[in-house]
Design a protein. Structure first.
Length: 364
DNA sequence: AACGCGGGGCT
DNA sequence: AGCCCAGCGTT
């Protein structure tokens, strides 16, 4: 049976939801004030990322870049370093680009209209609504995964939330039930409810402050919602990499391309394996022909790094070795000391590799 | 509309 | 071994 908004006592629902959020909301660092810049930073970090993961990153990031002006003027390398390990690195490149735009074109004031704020890089429908409602009290929907799950249950909406078109259904639902007295709390409460009570599996309906309003609970189908089709599985890539030291004890690092996977992050020289050629030979030939760097690799690899992304899996076999000739440093190829190396942003897989390398050196 | 894009924690 | 997470940009 299809649900409907007509069956919802909107005023009572708002009261119950806002009362619960007022009393039960978590004490989070980005809730200490409503500075649009801090709300913005937190919302970008929270995209596809859990609250517990974000908290330490948010605190460090605001310490390093406390204002729009500071972030606008910061060195991109340092900004990326502050994001290291958080994932989806294009988020922070877009954030800095957008902050520069606000700094230069809006006098440093985050715009407060849907039309203007959505033009900013990295600010889509969700983030626009979140900033507008939380920082400025504008009654715009902020529909994320939590909100779709919660409302699919309360309003008995059976649309497939994996489809992009479904978001509009939920946005219209929010428009018709959002509190105009407190849009900020209303949007945050829906998300907080999704995070604490109305969870993906085994929701805590008996603790739910809006259980009386929930059509899925009424019909006993809360476990069948939301409807979400699964996506296909990941592909697998085999790589070989090397931690290479020159005769002065410096290490060779390579900057990844500015587009695609792990864009602009640093790595140890890496190539994809091939069926016909031995991994060490592939790496040696690649370094020689691509960069004119002659290397000598140790007999056996010191570690193997398995790494799971959302859409693919890496297996990296890692060797240590030495550089035998003079290296011409280019923009994307650098020799750095072990200490300098810590100033560059590496993907987690290469952080693990470096750690394993240091351990292997310690043993010998 | 579908896909690429990180990393970690839970079931 | 998937699934999910305070999604967005590109194609």
């Amino acid at each position: 049976m299809a649900g409907s908004i007509e069956q919802l006592n909107i005023k009572q629902f708002q009261n119950d939801l806002l009362h619960w959020f007022t009393n039960e909301q978590r004490d989070l660092p980005w809730r200490k004030d409503q500075d649009p810049y801090k709300v913005w930073v937190s919302e970008i970090m929270l995209q596809q990322t859990r609250v517990d993961t974000v908290i330490p990153y948010f605190n460090r990031f605001i310490e390093n870049f406390p204002t729009i002006e500071k972030l606008a003027e910061a060195d991109e390398e340092n900004v990326l370093k502050a994001w290291e390990g958080l994932g989806y690195y294009s988020r922070v490149r877009n954030l800095q680009a957008a902050v520069k735009e606000v700094h230069e074109s809006y006098g440093g004031v985050v715009p407060n209209t849907p039309e203007e704020i959505k033009k900013l890089k990295g600010v889509g429908p969700y983030t626009a609504g979140a900033i507008l409602s939380i920082a400025y009290g504008v009654p715009e929907p902020a529909v994320d995964g939590n909100v779709m799950r919660v409302l699919s249950r309360i309003l008995l909406i059976w649309d497939d939330i994996a489809k992009a078109s479904s978001r509009k259904v939920f946005e219209e639902a929010v428009r018709s039930i959002i509190s105009h007295e407190n849009p900020s709390y209303f949007n945050q409460a829906l998300m907080e409810l999704g995070a604490l009570i109305c969870t993906p599996t085994s929701p805590s309906c008996l603790l739910c402050p809006v259980r009386e309003h929930c059509q899925a609970f009424h019909e006993g189908v809360q476990d069948q919602l939301p409807v979400k089709t699964k996506k296909k599985s990941t592909r697998h890539v085999e790589l070989v990499a090397a931690v290479l030291k020159d005769h002065q004890g410096r290490y060779l690092i390579h900057k990844r391309p500015e587009q695609g996977l792990l864009a602009n992050l640093w790595e140890f020289p890496t190539v994809e394996k091939s069926k016909l050629i031995k991994p060490k030979d592939i790496l040696q030939d690649f370094m020689k022909h691509e960069y004119d760097i002659h290397i000598q690799l140790d007999k056996t690899s010191f570690t193997a790094i398995p790494h799971v992304f959302s859409h693919l899996t890496w297996d990296i076999e890692a060797y240590s070795g030495t550089i035998e000739n003079e290296v011409k440093e280019a923009g994307n190829m650098k020799l750095v000391t072990a200490e300098e190396l810590t100033n560059y942003a590496f993907p987690v897989s290469y952080q693990k590799m470096w750690k394993a390398y240091l351990e292997s050196v310690k043993e010998n």
